[in-house]
Each structure stands twice: as C-alpha cells, then as structure tokens.
Ligand binder design. Structure first.
Ligand code: EPZ
Length: 456
C-alpha cells in the first residue's frame, strides 16, 4: 500500500525556512514525498564555471540554499549578472560579459561560510590576470587545508602570495598546462584543476583525480562550453586547453547527499519517504548499505522510496572517495544505526574530525563510542590513510529529547532527525546552518508530518 500522502513541494501553509531555533516533539515516523533538486556540490561549481564563458550560461534545478546565495553574490561582485529565469523555478542565467575585478573588502564581505571561493582562482586568473581569495569558511570538520589547490595553481604558473586575510594570486605569464599528481583524490582540488586547465595553454594531465558523479557532471558542463576533457583509466584526467569557451545550458545532477539524508530519516523514524529526483546509479553504494541495514527501497522512474523492511541490523562501513561510501552520508546513517540491533562500526577516512556531532546523540541516549585513533580489530575494507577515526554504535537505544546547538550542515541535519526519532521535546538551535545545503528544510519536515514549532 502506498502511504505517500504528502507532497513536500506543494505550496500553501508552508512554514518559514529561515528559523534559527525550533522545538521538536519526536516519536512520529516521517512519511510522504520530498523532491531533491540539483546537487549543492555541483551547482555551486557550475556557477563558477560560468565565469569562463564568453556568453551567458543557463543552469536548471538550482536549489534555494545559502551556499548558492554566497556564490551568486561573489559572482555579482565580480560583475557577473545573475538572473532567475522567469516562469522556471530554480533556473539561473549567468552572464559574465561584464566581469571585472572586485575590491578585497567586497569579496571578503560576500564569501560567507563557504569553501567555494577557492574555486574562483583559475577562472579569475584567466579573465583578469589576478584573484583575491579570502580565508575560507565551510563546515568545521577537520583541518580542511588548501595546499593541494595552491600547489596545483603554482604548477599552472600562478604566483601565490599569502596576505593577512586571504591570498592574492596573479599570472604574469598566463597559465599553461601542467602535470599534476594529487596526493589524495580531493574533490575540490580536482575541480580546481579542471576549472584552470580548460583555458590554460597546452595539455594538463591530472593523476589521482576525484571521480565523484558531481565532478563528472562538471566535466559535462565544461564540455558543453567547448572544453576538451577525457577521462582515462585509473583516476587520470586529460585536459587540452582551448582559447575560448562559451556559455552552457545544463540541468544539474540531483543531490545524492540530500537523497541519502531523507532515506536515513525514513529508517531512523520508521517512516516511509519517497525521494523524488533520486536516481539509482549515483547511489549504488548507499543503497547496498540500506539493504544490509535492513531497509527497503523501490526504484521508480521519478525517484526512490525508502522505509524499513523489519528490524534494523548493524553494519560496518568505511567512508571513502567515490565509488566508496560518502563521508556526507555517515552522519544521518549513524542516527538510523542507533536503532539497529547490535554493534555497528563507522570508520571515517576522509576527514580527521567528523564525529563531533555524535556527542549530542549520546546526550539523547545513544550508545556511541568514538575511537579517535581507530580500532585495532574489526573489518576494514582498505586501511588507507592516517585518518582512522572510528565510531561504534550499539543499539537499539531509545532516544530522548535534549537541547542541542547544531555544529555544521550534515551534523545539524542528523541532530534534527535524532530529535524526531526521540521521545519527548528537543530544542535545536543554530539550525540556519542546515539551509546551506537543504532546500526548504523546515517545509519538507512539516509536510513529512514532523511535529515542531519555530521559536526563534
Ligand atoms: C567536497 O569538499 C564537498 N564540498 C564536501 O561536502 C564533501 O564532504 C567532500 O568534497 C568529500 O566528498 C563541496 O563540494 C563544496 P576534499 P572538499 O578536497 O572539496 C583533504 C558537505 O557537507 N585536503 O575532497 O573540500 C581534506 O582536508 C560538504 O556537503 C587536503 O589535505 O573535500 C580532506 O581530509 C562537507 N588538502 C580530504 O582532503 C587540500 O588542499 C578531502 O577533501 C584539499 C583537501
């Protein structure tokens, strides 16, 4: 029987999505349908790519999230005209014909808590011969350095000068193709190389590249613009620089992080959620874990439906670069694992410090132990890096309400889902941060049947 009664995208009676503090009364399953739009981690990069074109670009399925707003205003201070296309919700037209240098203070004021500004380097160096990048924000989940980015830019011939509040780059001789071997398949550094190499003189060979679906979609965007990029075996990408690029017309790949988040919400609360727009191919690894943990999913043309298939079972997962289990999926999964029968293990190998959010779950009654230096025993797929933080989650534990201040985007989402799973009332503050990556978050919760009030 289809229990999917609500449509979280139907307007009318919607809550405001700008709250900072909510009071949640938990213990009710979340059921209904939510739509996911374009992936935050592609849309923001495709917007930066528009800077490289000589004509305007059109991007469809842009979610209304604050990371998009940050990139939009950074593009605007650099003279890019950004307009919503009338009659087409979520479509932006980006016209870079008036690109100009911006003042350092202006850039700093618009950079917000985002890491995207670092990706402006290559495009601005090509367009203007110089760039200023303020000190970066982003979620506090480890050191998150930018050394791979700067080393790659230097190889292209950029001169990097550290300043008190950011970095200034120039390219007195122009940028030329380079041979780059990343120490780790970093998503951002791969995008940096792509966005720089497409207009550099000559060929760039990038080894140990990240190959996430969002990166493949960025390559598709760049190819539409006139770039020549080939993807070789073993994480090698070849880019033949071209003299000029034009605008693109592109529909962004769906947000598989948001899709996985709602799937975990269905498992944690024993609900039934249809995620419109989710596709199987990009989520294969996640779907395997859903099956192992005892979840059910049905693949439809227009989305995927998630629910429990019985009691939840424990699993052992290790986060990794694509095609592994994404680091952004572990936080909502852990909330569901608090309800599984037995001990689960989650190894975090992408970031040094991404289990901080579990403190709040413990406060709510979860049995989670974080092992900062990993576990001696226990299944490891491929012990890879020196980042071997692990968490063991023993369940099922009833959760109870608590007062929580959310720390970051994915951790914050997980806290809200934990509060909805818990019996009793929780007050969750700083939830504005969740709108960095989840469009209409509170409206979607409301239409899935969550019981909450906005209190600030
Ligand atoms: C992207 O971050 C995403 N952000 C992250 O999503 C995601 O978790 C991550 O990729 C991994 O998939 C965006 O796309 C905006 P990395 P990014 O460079 O590009 C180290 C979310 O919640 N590293 O692949 O910054 C780094 O410290 C966010 O949506 C260096 O050491 O990730 C980390 O340990 C959070 N030096 C590892 O590499 C560098 O110069 C992977 O980072 C760059 C990275």
């Amino acid at each position: 029987m289809n229990t999917l009664l609500n449509d979280a995208n139907t307007p009318g009676g919607m809550v405001e999505d700008t709250a900072e503090i909510i009071k949640i009364r938990g213990g009710r399953p979340l059921s209904g349908r939510v739509e996911v739009k374009g992936a935050k981690n592609l849309v923001t990069k495709a917007m930066v790519a528009a800077l490289l074109g000589e004509t305007a670009s059109v991007l469809h399925d842009v979610p209304d999230i604050s990371d998009v707003a940050v990139v939009r205003s950074l593009l605007e201070v650099h003279g890019v005209r950004v307009d919503e296309v009338e009659g087409e919700e979520g479509t932006l037209r980006l016209d870079p014909s008036g690109v100009e240098s911006a003042h350092m203070e202006e850039i700093d004021a618009h950079a917000g808590a985002s890491r995207i500004p670092i990706l402006f380097c290559g495009p601005l160096l090509h367009r203007l011969g110089q760039a200023f990048i303020p000190d970066l924000g982003g979620c506090r989940i480890g050191d998150r350095p930018i050394d791979f980015h700067l080393d790659a830019l230097r190889k292209f011939g950029a001169v990097v000068e550290k300043q008190p509040n950011g970095i200034r780059l120039s390219a007195p001789q122009g940028l030329r193709g380079a041979n780059i071997h990343l120490p780790y398949p970093s998503v951002g550094a791969t995008e940096q190389v792509l966005l720089t190499a497409v207009r550099a003189k000559g060929v760039t060979e990038l080894k140990n590249a990240a190959i996430e679906p969002e990166i493949m979609d960025l390559i598709a965007v760049l190819q539409k613009m006139g770039a020549i990029i080939s993807y070789e075996p073993n994480r090698v990408i070849l880019i033949e620089g071209v003299d000029a690029l034009r605008g693109y017309d592109h529909r962004a790949i769906f947000d598989r992080n948001e899709a996985a988040s709602w799937a975990c919400a269905a498992l944690a609360t024993d609900g039934d959620i249809f995620v419109g727009g989710a596709k199987q191919q990009e989520m294969l690894t996640f779907l395997n874990v859903v099956r192992k943990v005892g979840g059910e999913f049905d693949i439809h043309e227009d989305g995927i439906r998630f629910r429990r298939g019985g009691a939840l079972r424990p699993v052992s997962v290790e986060t990794d670069v694509h095609p592994g289990f994404m680091t952004d999926w572990q936080q909502p999964l852990i909330v569901a694992l608090t309800q599984a029968h037995g001990e689960s293990i989650v190894h975090e190998t992408v970031y040094e410090n991404r289990f901080g959010f579990t403190d709040a779950l413990v406060k709510m009654g979860a049995n989670i132990v974080v092992h900062p230096h990993g576990l001696q025993d226990g299944p490891r797929r491929v012990p890879r890096r020196n980042l071997e933080q692990a968490a063991t989650i023993t369940g099922p534990t009833p959760l109870h309400g608590a007062d929580i201040v959310v720390p970051d985007l994915r951790g914050g989402y997980s806290h809200v889902i934990a509060a909805l799973t818990a019996e009793g009332e929780s007050t969750i503050s700083n939830i504005g941060i969740i709108s960095r990556g989840y469009e209409k978050f509170l409206s979607k919760l409301q239409l899935l049947g969550a019981d909450f009030d906005i209190v600030g």
